[in-house]
Design a protein around this ligand. Structure first.
Ligand code: SME
Length: 153
């Protein structure tokens, strides 16, 4: 497996350090979004959607702003990930009938659930301007960040 662009270990350490300083939940989510996006391409935009009832609410992001601040479970790629209780890697957003566009520049998308055992807390949604931007190593790196958040939120 090729090395991931995203280095999760320093981000996980930063999240633990922030947790120890008692920072509010929003700051943990913002820190994760900013640090993941700072990895650079293929990470163009990082959106932290948290599950409130049957809706995903955008609580923090880094990158381009989006109109999709609330997404019902089952709608879009984000809502489908929750409905199907699995991570989704969409190599070409144009061929995905569920895709809700945030920017015409976006080519691919990765959704990784933040889950504590069977409970879904939310998700990290990553947009990329690169087609097929995310391989197994990037998925694992984003999962490391999601798992850290699941333990700290
Ligand atoms: N593309 C997502 C919507 C979120 S914005 O792109 C940030 C979807 O299809 O659910």
């Amino acid at each position: 497996m090729a090395d991931a662009v995203l280095k999760s270990e320093p981000i996980v350490k930063a999240l633990h350090a922030a947790f120890c300083r008692d920072v509010p939940r929003h700051e943990l989510l913002q820190l994760a979004a900013t640090r993941v996006r700072e990895a650079g391409s293929p990470y163009t935009g990082v959106y932290m959607y948290m599950l409130q009832g049957d809706q995903l609410e955008l609580e923090a992001f880094d990158g381009r702003a989006t109109d999709h601040t609330t997404i019902p479970v089952g709608r879009g790629v984000c809502g489908r990930a929750v409905a199907e209780m699995r991570d989704l890697n969409v190599p070409n957003v144009r061929t995905d009938a569920d895709y809700l566009a945030c920017s015409i520049e976006t080519q691919s998308e990765l959704v990784v659930l933040i889950r504590r055992h069977d409970e879904i807390l939310g998700q990290i949604d990553v947009d990329s301007d690169v087609p097929d931007g995310f391989d197994a190593s990037e998925l694992q790196a984003v999962k490391d960040v999601a798992d850290a958040l699941a333990a700290l939120l």
